[in-house]
Design a protein around this ligand. Structure first.
Ligand code: GDP
Length: 299
């Protein structure tokens, strides 16, 4: 399928070449195990997940010594990421006319505004009427960028013309607009200044509370940049403390050999990865499919 091919091509490097070398030498020596461990760590799978994955592979090989280790590793990776989690956005069918808020959070530069635009595009394609709210009021450029996305995707954008306006008031106005338009989804872009944890907590906590007061968000999506590795994981923990994060969007998986961060992120946070960013274009967002992803990683 073309999406799988695209994913394979875009998860730059993947683990394919290293694994092929390791698994082509017959029975695994200690050196091979070491190399496998190093390969997983370099892909940002994280130390504890790597230990578990290697233990899982060893157990399978003990039970079935003639089995194909690559197939077994595939199964262990799929199991570790967890194919049973619900990864869909928790939205009602389009046309109900009772808008549902989705709040998108994350640090500046991770691809948050781009992701909001891409999600809007995806939801519009599914038949949802969408309103965007530019609640990142600290940078006028952020609202301009969102407006560009709104025009591209064909959805209204609510913003403040005043830099430094209260983000919560923009969210309120967005809610008003969504209500009067009979929209299905209010997509709220937020500020991502992580200058200090307390400041972020205050701002983001307040915004989420305000949006929640108007209407409980169906999703709080945390956007993480796959290329920032364990640092991104530390950011994710901070956000998870402030907001009830319901899903992760992992961006910039194209052109990184660090795709293993998916395993680490989900395991550490206990929140499902729901969407992945595979490029800068409007259509470069895909639902996260565990098997496809693992095949891309191993490909
Ligand atoms: P924000 O500050 O978090 O809102 O980040 P932006 O949406 O402005 O994105 C920062 C940069 O990352 C821009 O140049 C985007 O085009 C780029 N970007 C966003 N998502 C992706 C992705 O999935 N892949 C790639 N390669 N670039 C991305």
């Amino acid at each position: 399928d073309s999406r799988l091919a695209r994913l394979r091509a875009r998860i730059g490097g993947g683990l394919g070449a290293s694994l092929l070398a390791i698994f082509s030498r017959g029975a695994l020596s200690q050196d091979d195990w070491d190399e496998l461990e190093e390969t997983l760590l370099l892909a940002d799978v994280g130390a504890s997940a790597t230990d578990d994955i290697l233990a899982g592979l060893q157990a399978r090989l003990r039970a079935e010594p003639d089995g194909d280790p690559r197939t077994m590793l595939r199964a262990v990776l799929i199991e570790t990421i967890d194919p049973t989690l619900d990864r869909s956005l928790r939205l009602a069918e389009p046309g109900a006319g009772k808008y549902e808020p989705i709040v998108v959070v994350g640090v500046n530069g991770v691809g948050k505004t781009t992701t909001v635009g891409k999600i809007a595009r995806m939801l519009v394609a599914e038949g949802h009427a969408v309103v965007l709210a530019a609640a990142d009021t600290f940078r006028a450029a952020a609202a301009d960028q969102l407006e560009t996305w709104g025009a591209r995707v064909g959805v209204p954008v609510v913003r403040s013309d005043r830099e430094g306006a209260d983000p919560a008031s923009v969210a309120f106005e967005g809610a008003d607009r969504a209500r009067t338009d009979g929209a299905d989804v209010l997509l709220v872009d937020t500020a991502g200044r992580l200058q200090n944890k307390a400041g972020l907590m205050d701002e983001l906590g307040k915004l989420v509370r305000v949006v929640t007061k108007v209407k409980e968000p169906v999703e709080v999506l945390l956007v993480l940049d796959a290329t920032t590795g364990q640092n991104g994981l530390a950011q994710a923990r901070v956000f998870a403390e402030v907001a009830q994060v319901t899903g992760i969007v992992l961006t910039k998986l194209d052109g990184t050999a660090k795709g293993g961060i998916v395993v680490a992120v989900q395991r550490e946070l206990g929140v499902p990865v729901k969407l992945i960013g595979l490029g800068e274009g409007a259509d470069d967002l895909a639902p996260f499919d565990v098997e496809q992803f693992v095949d891309g990683l191993l490909g």
